[in-house]
Design a protein around this ligand. Sequence first.
Ligand code: PLP
Length: 378
Amino acid sequence: MQGLHPYVPGEQPRDRVYIKLNANENPYPPSPAVAQAVTRFVADHPEKLALYPDPDSYELRGAIADMLNQSGGVLCRAKKTQDGRCEPYFTDQIPFTVTPDMIYAGNGSDEVLSFVFYAFFDGDRPLVVPEHTYSFYPVYAGFYGIPLEKIPLNADWTLDIQRMTIRACELDTSIIFANPNAPTGRMLDRSQVRAMLSTAPGDRVFVVDEAYVDFGGESCIPLLAEFKNLVVVRTFSKSLCGAGTRLGYMVASPELVQAVTTVKNSLNHFPVDAMAQQIGIAACSDTAYYADCARLVAQERKLFCRFLEEHGWDVVPSVTNFILTKKDGVDGEEAYRRIKAEGVLVRHFNTPGISQYLRITVGTAQQMAALRNAMENL
Ligand SMILES: *Cc1c(COP(=O)(O)O)cnc(C)c1O
């Protein structure tokens, strides 16, 4: 126990009802297909709750693969077709068909990441990470005893890809980062990631966490055709309006999927429960719905960035469902408290380097209007 440094999630207060713009959740409900699947499951097949679920989530993995093939891994650019499905925007085309044996499904991408850490990293060599990134990576590194090699970001908050790659080569080790990155919202395009992969050690696993890519990034899934050491981790919690159901997945070569499956089977071989599998399958059947949600978020992001800039805030350019912003002369923590007093929760980090900033999740038009009111006089 001693020496563990647990993750601190966005607060979930129970004292009053806040507009929650602090945990990058999706403000929209899941597709109606999800509610229908839950109702049918409970009404028509209650006996299935008495049985163990499919330990391999086979049907769910097929549904995830199908959604990726329809969207190209970036929902906000996916085009709707006549038959209610989607097809990728031309720059998002995946040059192969994603198959179920390339998917590992788990209880949220946090669990998937935990198994990825266990399967592929160890205490013998440090893991290369950006200095500011998803704060669960240091938590897992601490838990599994993996030293971290933290690489400072560039002045414009982008990743220093050259330094990260050089250090990975010097240390003969793995790299992990989120793309787009959190909490900055900045992205690398696919050619930048390809350049990193071409130089980084080819026999060390290279992990890209695409939790936010559907809101406007570029997916690295097409690069799986070229790099056998690439692991892409994704979640239902952000763009699939599903944080309350714990579902996440990894896309990689069948060999790497098998390695993570072995870890899973050594701990708990029934990780995704029957209801969650049904929810995931139903969600993936309505790609077009989630593509529209992602577009709405992107549209509100644009409007809110304009508001911030007009009111003197510095905005880090974002392709995600959140915005990192600060204003000269306004203390980050104080701004957070004053916005909270107006009934809106945003995120403030006490981390050196970003403590002047707020990280604000993009919500519905109505939620953002309330936030604009709360920030008008800051
Ligand atoms: C939200 C988030 C996750 C966690 O997703 P879950 O599937 O809810 O566990 C993983 N990585 C990043 C970068 C995130 O922001």
